[in-house]
Design a protein around this ligand. Sequence first.
Ligand code: HEC
Length: 242
Amino acid sequence: MKSNRRRLRPESEWGPTSPDKCRPKRLKHLVVILCALAFVAGCRQDMHNQPKYEPLEPSQLFADGSSARHPVEGTVPRGLVNADEALFTGKAGGTAVKEMPFAITAADLDRGQQRFNIYCTPCHDQSGNGNGMVVQRGYRKPPSFHIDRLKQADPGYMFDVISNGFGAMPDYKAQIDVRDRWRIVAYVKALQMAPGAGAPDATDSLPTPVGPPGAQPQPGAGSAKPAGAQPAGRGRGAGSGG
Ligand code: HEC
């Protein structure tokens, strides 16, 4: 192909190309144009105007004349089965349940430990003494999980604290799935039973920074959000001259 281009024909042979060489080319163009025309003509609105039903539109197909179908009897919307009071609130008849609402396996405990380490250790620390990193930076120090009152706390009570928060502690209902909250409770209970639990660890000797007066919320003051952390942080910024 390339050799054709490089070598010029002698001048005597110059002139219009022979018609038999030209015709197939024109024919090719014609075919392309015809195809394009056929393609454009084939464009219809069928895919655009789908025979679909608008909400509440009637239908002749169904005997009741309605296009909307009723869900099968007994259908429960996904994620809305919270008929189980103990599972979803940690309470039975208004009082905290003393038993886990489902059997806890080793895998549940593992999962509980993992979730605890993600969601609780920033404040409660890995051993549950309440010296998490956030506390070391000025957040209100939670009680140790190893005090008698919390050792005796019912699983349902802990579930409620995680779900709805407690005093300065925020709630974790939105972040942690129901069953994972129970797995965390199971893990905390296991942590409380562990030999040597509650012994002071290295972080216990660290001083807890104190914010300006009034920055610390009162113990168990309603369902206050983590207000304690911010004033303390601001106070520190102001104190350092900013
Ligand atoms: C942002 C810090 C923070 C996080 C994260 C946190 N807590 Fe707390 N928690 C607190 C504070 C602060 C208190 C004490 C609240 C008070 O007395 O005002 C507390 C108290 C508690 C109590 C004791 C309630 C009582 O009766 O005294 C339990 C149980 C508890 N938290 C469990 C958890 C669990 C489980 C998690 C993880 C899902 C968790 N917390 C995550 C800060 C936190």
